[in-house]
Design a protein. Sequence first.
Length: 248
Amino acid sequence: MKGILSVLALLAAPVGLLAQAASPRPKSTRYEALVSFFQEWRSFQKPKLVDGAPDYGPAATAGQQRELAAFRSRLDAIDPSGWPVPQQVDYHVVRAELNGLDFDHRVRKPWANNPAFYVTVFLDESDQRNREGPFAEGAVEVWSYRFPLSPEDAGRIGAVLRAIPGLLAQARTNLTGNGRDLWIHGTKSIRQQSADLATLASKLQGAPASLRSDVERAKKATDELASWLGSESGSKTGPSGIGIENYD
């Protein structure tokens, strides 16, 4: 009976679906295909900008998660088995990046669970090439600039600072997690950003008035978010870990 039902289901299936099932996506064996894919992938990883601020709202993150499946399918269609080992390593590094973004969407969701995700001003150099932990796109690494700032550097820093008020206003809607430890630690990180912005302001004697205003507005937005986080902290009662299954 099951066999008959299976045959009937196949007969009823649209012709296009049967052809798709019968004709799997052809494999590419060219390393250049991976290079091209990686360039598109890195662009896809970055959030879209809304008024200069990266968008981590529910609609934007859900859209990125849906599109991730197509990127995984495209990477699966690249066959690295005949490549030299260093090139095969490149393939698996890219595959790990896809897995990492998938894990962020399914499990960590830092944009929803961790207030520290919204820290984007750093006075000190990280002890790693990339900062450990998830952070929103568009950080300003203050330590990497020489003061007094050149006009070009002042423009670069100002562009990042102008995005902070919009990003932090967005955080109030995006942050819906209940992890108490993440919330408390993240609130401390936001307050530290306020102190770091005050330090940055002290370095800007002689800088354009517009840049000093950008710092003031970023600090005001940071203080407002810190205050909101503090008012919400009493309602946060859940665990902050990802659980044994996800950790494994």
